[in-house]
Design a protein around this ligand. Sequence first.
Ligand code: FAD
Ligand code: NAI
Length: 465
Amino acid sequence: MAQYDVVIIGGGPGGYNAGIRAAQLGLKAAVVENRGTLGGTCLNVGCMPSKALLHASELYEAANKDFATLGIEVTPKLNLVQMMAQKAESVTALTKGIEFLFKKNKIDWIKGKGRIAGAGKVEVTAEDGSVTTLETANIVIATGSEPAPLPGVTVDQVRIVDSTGALSLPEVPKSLIVIGAGIIGLELGSVWRRLGSEVTVVEFLDRITPGMDTETAKTFQRSLTKQGIKFKLGSKVTAAKTTKSGVDLTVEPVAGGEAETLSADYVLLAIGRRPYTEGLGLESVGIVPDKRGFLPTENFRTSAPGVWAIGDAILGPMLAHKAEEDAVACIEAIAGRHSHVDYNLVPSVVYTAPEVAWVGQTEEQLKAAGIAYKAGKFPFTANSRAKINHETDGYVKVLADAKTDEILGVHMVGPQAGEMIGEYCVAMAFRAASEDIARVCHPHPTRSEAGRQAAMGVEGWTMQS
Ligand code: FAD
Ligand code: NAI
């Protein structure tokens, strides 16, 4: 008999949720994690520390710029050491929380680097070099992802940093160049701009945030530009040279033309992430990653019997809540239950100010698929709560099937959009029509009324604008 029903390699949102669900279903589970703490990228160097800095820096900026309008006169002084300390404290509380859940659910945390050593075997090398072999009926790979590198730009975590370095800069840079106008670049670029940096974002494409509805991305970019972030689109960085006081970057137009040199105190490289499977022993069970490093799976099963994979290591959005969905569905499949994840209903949120949130299809995707749709749109300038709060940037846009009225996509820009999108995730999971939302009473005065008014707009009966 194997020692475990399931051994999970990686203790991030994929791995720790898999461990918990396995224990709930009566499976004997172990999670192998070599970081000193549980929680993976998300809790340690991703979602949580970035949100801690976004929250603190947003309040700092509000105190600097918005409080006076409300009749509150203050002169805020930045204490970066304390801002970083409260971030670290929150992160520790969260990672300890996962440790507590492991104890409560009787999940073994095996500390060390896991390597698959043939069918049903995981070898764990501890920090002191000792090796333990775990025997298990099932192996779940939940090893996550790492920042993608860019030839010519070497991350030293001093002047040229990736997201991990950008979460812990020792000072507010006078100037910061962000390579990549994706979610990391814009969230962390926003943090440092609010704290006083001049931020320039260099992006390869001629738009920001690929994957986001194009109209929404343009509205979002306008808002960030108004806040002082500069964009250099259609540009590629070909070299980086670190000097005593900063970095010189060689930047060329993608369409061809003269290269120029941009200089800054610090550079953040954020051009995407790639699956992390280094030293995992995939060859011992014959698993071959695809060209981009993702592990091919079908309903979380890899090509090797008894070996499963979830989260950032497999295809799909690289998001913590997607990893969590994968985890639950994968473990339920292992336990012999029916399991399914609807990736169309995985929402995305950019936690800037304003926030951007969406779920389902973009206008471009619907057009490409030849699906006839109607759009209802409602601006926050016409929402009473937004007006009262002096936060009128953005809108809600609802896209519904022209024939059936089923909601196919929802796109929002505005404060708290990340909280508001949940209503539409539920509605779409129940295959609601836009009229279903339009006819549901929403509390007044709230920003959620803008979501309802946008739904009313699909059939042309928006009442407040
Ligand atoms: P991970 O969280 O990467 O966990 C994998 C774990 O496996 C790691 O702890 C690693 O140490 C461990 N590991 C790897 N190989 C081995 C091995 N051989 N043996 C033992 N352990 C191993 N997502 C959101 O949804 N919302 C956000 O706001 C958000 N913000 C982010 C901000 C930043 C700056 C970054 C970088 C990411 C952010 N993400 C966010 C993405 C999110 O962090 C990931 O999608 C999520 O962590 C993926 O979970 P995972 O379990 O697949 O992998
Ligand atoms: P990303 O994929 O979101 O964006 C990368 C950007 O870099 C793209 O706009 C791309 O066109 C650009 N790019 C690629 N190569 C380039 C080059 N050579 N020069 C200039 N630009 C280039 O990746 P990012 O921002 O690194 O984030 C990785 C992932 O982490 C996200 O896709 C997301 O899944 C996750 N994440 C999620 C967050 C959230 O949910 N709020 C927050 C932060 C990260």
